[in-house]
Design a protein around this ligand. Sequence first.
Ligand code: NAI
Length: 308
Amino acid sequence: MKLTVIGAGAVGATTADNLVRRNIAQEIVLLDIKEGVAEGKAQDMMQTAALLGFDSKITGVTNDYLQTAGSTVAVVTSGLPRKPGMTREELIGTNAGIVKSVVENLVKHSPDIIILIVSNPMDTMTYLAFKSSGLPKNRIIGMGGALDSARFKYQLATKLNASPNDLNAIVIGGHGDTTMIPLIDHATWNSIPVTNFLNEVEQEEIVKKTMVGGATLTALIGTSAWYAPGAAAAAMVESIVLNQNRLFTASVYLEGEFGEEDINIGVPVLINKNGWERIVPLQLSDREKELFKASADAVRNMNTVLKE
Ligand code: NAI
């Protein structure tokens, strides 16, 4: 089993590091366009093998797609990250060209590949990857909701003084500061609604903090975050490799589900050896349906930039 990570920057290297430690693939290829960066980071990771006890082999390459041939899954993190004050959407011009060419190269060498898109604006980049790859829709998955849901659980856990592992909470919709929808009315603390423990002001505060979670970190760090994004991408890859059938919010191509079509946006799906399968239906309130529609409209509007 071979896995590929494109982009050896902050998120790509962290994803590769998470994957290699999991020991779930014989080979991981880390590819970057910058000469030497992927080679250096891969060697650094290999030097942790004797300390961490894994047997997976990680190889770094500079733009050599032949080395990725026969990959089961690729994670695409290549492209610019945002700087403080920037939205994810402002990255579209540069990242669209990068994502399109990366996806074409991947498919050329691994025609049965499953591709996980991380590069922002993620929903639009995932839609672009689907349209330009010619792959079946279930083989193109966008990573955003898995991260946003983990951030939602972090905010809930902090407020409730709970273990994040006892919380069930998901974020659906677009992966943007204003488009994501943390479903607080569906969130539970070991099956007990979290709304039993939080007043309306506290609920609103948690939702708001979740939505600006990425921007908050960008302001603190000076560039966008990588630990949780890398962990989220690796967890999704693991679910594919081990056929775990875990339920994640992921950006997938809709054909009428949730009242939307011809769009990639975050909804709950099962992730397994076939990529994503079965969009899991949710009973949304009228208010949540309105928010989902507005989110889809914003994502669709962003997608029109691709046609210009
Ligand atoms: P980074 O700047 O640290 O790394 C990006 C890497 O991509 C660089 O090493 C660069 O050389 C490489 N690259 C650029 N063009 C390439 C090409 N054509 N082929 C191969 N490699 C290429 O950025 P970082 O922080 O790793 O973020 C990567 C992307 O992921 C950004 O677009 C960022 O906005 C996005 N992101 C998405 C998240 C999500 O939840 N979907 C979360 C965090 C970041």
